[in-house]
Write a protein that binds this ligand. Structure first.
Ligand code: PA5
Length: 448
């Protein structure tokens, strides 16, 4: 079995091997802090050994619940936002057929997300679409009080009960929330929904390997055992006893900090050459953005889908301000096989490609871009993923999580809190006259 693999050859022009090796003491200290739980945010380290400790019984319970949804629903709405949304979407989209939503012969329910925006049009169109559908809901919220999710769930719960009856609704609504706190817990207990607990010590953006990610992934029909197995194998490959330069998470954390601190590279662009990985990038952006962007520090995580965005962002990346570096997720083997046909007239001049696989063209675009961007002053790391399956996605998830914990501690921030996300909520509640926000309401209205 291969593993995902980090290649840093194309950063050599920007940071020397010695410059990276110099980070070893800081990386080791960060890893020790994580292992011993002595750093900032140490009450949120439940993700660290999660893959190796998930029990077979827990996975079986998740799979059985997913099966109930699969048997009783044409459509399953996954309600959640941020860490309660992106991991499941990332894995499901990476594994599913690009045109699944257009197909009629589904192997399982159509998976749709809600509760990740407050768009009236989105919610109206969703409720319209669901009018004649046998649908179920996975309601995910750790706090149980997130406005976006709670609002969507209020609408969907009422519609589900109206269309399917109270008894069936009870069967096809599942809650994933805190053990005791929050409105989602109160509702689940009162209505008698099947529920799963989000562990106290796992923050939203690190929660994809809890029921938050695992139930929607199993419901979509993917193998959560393989996903966890992949993550557990990466837990071993990034453990404290692995030598620094052989530990991909340690090296990735060191290189990005070196580029930031020594080269003024303030923006990291996660690049993919497969549109199915778009939401992996969205998940990664939250993981790094929320973990590191604080105390007026942190690399800004951006993402592009190539080669699509080479035709829109390519110019900026090649010649704009030199404050960026790229990390490319490169899938080695596509799942499908498609050769370019020969054409007798060769009107489009593409016969030089006849007989080649489409992926070979994609790979040359990738290689050509890498060399061009490095020449243009953009350091380039590459994460090679042997193929897109549950095992390697599990490896990728844990690789990035572990690197994020290490990187945040090297940067000197608490990688596990997100105080900044409260500011907009406070203002929104004040503007909406939420009970308890009377003073804030007065103050904010005076500013308008
Ligand atoms: O990472 C985080 O903590 C956030 O993105 C949360 O996951 C997000 O705000 C949703 O919160 P909750 O699960 O409490 O509804």
């Amino acid at each position: 079995m291969k593993n995902i693999c980090l290649n840093i050859d194309k950063v050599a022009k920007f940071v020397s091997k010695e410059g990276i090796a110099a980070y070893e003491p800081q990386v080791k200290a960060a890893m020790k802090t994580l292992e011993e739980g002595t750093g900032l945010g140490n009450d949120f380290l439940g993700w660290l050994h999660l893959p190796s400790t998930i029990s077979k019984e827990h996975l079986a319970d998740l799979k059985a619940t997913a099966q109930v949804l699969r048997e009783n629903c044409e459509v399953v709405i996954v309600a959640g936002i941020g860490g309660s949304y992106l991991g499941a979407r990332a894995v499901n989209e990476a594994l599913s057929n690009s045109f699944q939503w257009l197909q009629t012969n589904h192997n399982g329910p159509v998976m749709i997300h809600a509760g990740h925006n407050i768009s009236e049009d989105y919610l109206y169109e969703l409720t319209e679409y669901l009018k004649d559908k046998k649908f179920g809901i996975i309601n995910i919220s750790k706090s149980g009080t997130t406005t976006e999710t709670a609002l969507a769930f209020r609408l969907l719960k009422e519609q589900c009960e109206r269309q399917r009856g109270k008894e069936m609704a009870r069967k096809v609504i599942v809650a994933i929330t805190d053990a005791k706190k929050g409105a989602a817990r109160v509702t689940a207990d009162k209505e008698g929904y099947k529920s799963f607990i989000i562990p106290d010590n796992v923050g939203g953006r690190f929660s994809v390997l809890t029921p938050v990610g695992l139930l929607p992934i199993a419901t979509a029909g993917y193998d959560i055992e393989k996903l966890v197995e992949g993550a557990a194998s990466m837990e071993k490959l990034t453990a404290s006893d692995v030598p620094f330069m052989e530990n991909p998470s340690a090296v990735y954390a060191a290189v990005r900090n070196a580029l930031y601190a020594q080269n003024g590279k303030k923006i990291e662009i996660l690049v993919n050459y497969h549109p199915k990985l778009h939401y992996v990038s969205e998940w990664w952006k939250q993981l790094y953005g929320e973990s590191e962007g604080k105390d007026h520090k942190g690399i800004f995580p951006a993402a592009v889908d190539f080669s699509t965005d080479l035709h829109s962002m390519g110019q900026w990346i090649q010649e704009g301000e030199r404050i960026i570096f790229e990390t490319v997720i490169s899938v080695e083997q596509p799942a499908c096989h498609l050769e370019i046909p020969s054409d007798a007239e060769n009107l489009d001049g593409l016969n030089f490609l006849a007989g080649k696989r489409v992926d070979e063209v994609n790979k040359m675009a990738e290689l050509g871009t890498q060399l061009a961007h490095v020449d243009g002053g953009v350091p380039n790391m590459r994460v090679a993923v042997p193929e897109l399956n549950e095992f390697y996605l599990g490896q990728l998830i844990y690789f990035f999580e572990k690197a994020c914990g290490i990187s945040g501690y090297i940067l000197g921030v608490n990688p596990f809190n997100q105080p900044g996300v409260e500011a907009y909520k406070k203002n929104m509640f004040a503007l909406l006259n939420k009970p308890g926000y009377e003073e804030e309401s007065k103050a904010i209205r005076a500013r308008l």
